[in-house]
Design a binder for this molecule. Sequence first.
Ligand SMILES: [Fe+2]
Ligand SMILES: [Fe+2]
Length: 297
Amino acid sequence: MTMETFDRLRSRITSIDSMPTIPVILRPLLRCLDQPVEQIDITRIVELISYDKTIAAQCVRMANSALFGRHKQVESVRTAVMNLGMWRVRDLLFSNSLSQVIPANRWIVDPTVFWRHSLGVALVCRKFAEILGYPDTEKAYLAGLLHDIGILVNSMVAPEEFRAAFSKATREQIALDEAERATMGFTHCDSGRVLAEAWKITPDLIQAIELHHDIGDPVRGGPLVAMVHLSDLLCRLRGLGYGYYEPRQVDFANERGWLYLVMQFPNLADLDLARFTFTLDEYAKEVEELVSTVFTR
Ligand SMILES: [Fe+2]
Ligand SMILES: [Fe+2]
């Protein structure tokens, strides 16, 4: 996309009143959670969570869910937070806050499918980062979670065109960005970048959002872009995609993003890729639990 076309898209998106805004609870919570686990102020987290009745109720419900097999009923937010652990609390907060970014009646992609995919990519991306020894695993998680926010923008600013693009992708079983480019002239990667810039998200996250489908040759951005790209592909191929089947064959060992990461992090060459993709099934269970907690009101 040329700079000129991008500028036109930016003014089109930002001039619309219904531009998604960043959820208020997210910033203070992020600040609190964005430190080493031993320094996290649990009392403050519990306090922030208690401001939001829905999120508080979801924490308690999740702590009591089958996944955690509790014998004793959890009733307080504090006990729920302690039992769930910071990772899961964070997952819950993100998915909950972001699920409110657009009104319930404006979704074009099924929101459950969307969050299942976004959380799946976030968890896989964090795992990738851990394996690689990438220094900021939380950033990897966040990049995975936010990579498709352009889908939310498209649903708000160009609902009819985006509906047509999504049904083309589903019908022809092609990648969403391909269908968007053909139908709308821009993709959720472009509109995601506009939103991320408006939200003042850090430049490396913006790149991951913008480049996750087309990482370039040579790879643009850096390891974060490649990790999100591969995590997105893995999830789509393992049934955590956008809710339709994509009959594509991907040879990971020869994928550009993979080769790039192996070059940057030689220890990746030893990873058993088949086993790694298998661990996705474990995540799928956890993601499912989380998504059903967030969407059962
Ligand atoms: Fe995408
Ligand atoms: Fe995606």
